[in-house]
Design a protein around this ligand. Structure first.
Ligand code: ZN
Length: 146
């Protein structure tokens, strides 16, 4: 259950950040690489269970899947799947809408080429899970001694 350890890490990170601040967390926006194969429903379920009795008690978890990005080894430029949309459309036309290339970027070099130089010598870039946005309530100012 990878989702649970991710949810736990997110809650711990937010609590460390909020340590000493008088705030209540209302919303956490999590950026998750599409290739991580994390189930967003499971992730939310884990989050909702683990957040109890913490400053995140009323917080909603929003999961945003990040589009994979690629690096061209030929011209050294980076690009995302959006940059090769027209190529993707052709792949979809051939293989159907369900073709899971967005889930398996390792497959991409076989089907798409660098939008800048046309090379197929491209590799998928590693992506991390990030907390993209925190929405809090209360005054975030530092508390005096006591
Ligand atoms: Zn290139």
């Amino acid at each position: 259950m990878h989702e649970w350890s991710v949810a736990e890490a997110v809650i711990k990170t937010v609590m460390d950040w909020a340590d000493g601040r008088k705030v209540k967390v209302k919303r956490v926006v999590l950026g998750v690489p599409a290739v991580s194969f994390l189930d967003s429903d499971l992730l939310k379920e884990a989050f909702d269970t683990l957040k109890r009795d913490s400053i995140l008690e009323d917080a909603t978890l929003v999961v945003r899947f990040k589009s994979p990005t690629f690096h061209c080894n030929s011209c050294n430029r980076d690009f995302s799947l959006d940059d090769v949309k027209d190529q993707l459309d052709r792949v979809r036309a051939e293989f159907g809408e369900d073709y899971p290339m967005h889930l398996i970027p390792a497959l991409a070099p076989a089907f798409i080429s660098c939008p800048y130089c046309g090379s197929h010598d491209i590799s998928a870039k590693a992506q991390d899970i990030t907390i993209d946005q925190l929405e809090v309530e209360g005054d975030g100012g530092p508390q005096g001694s006591g």
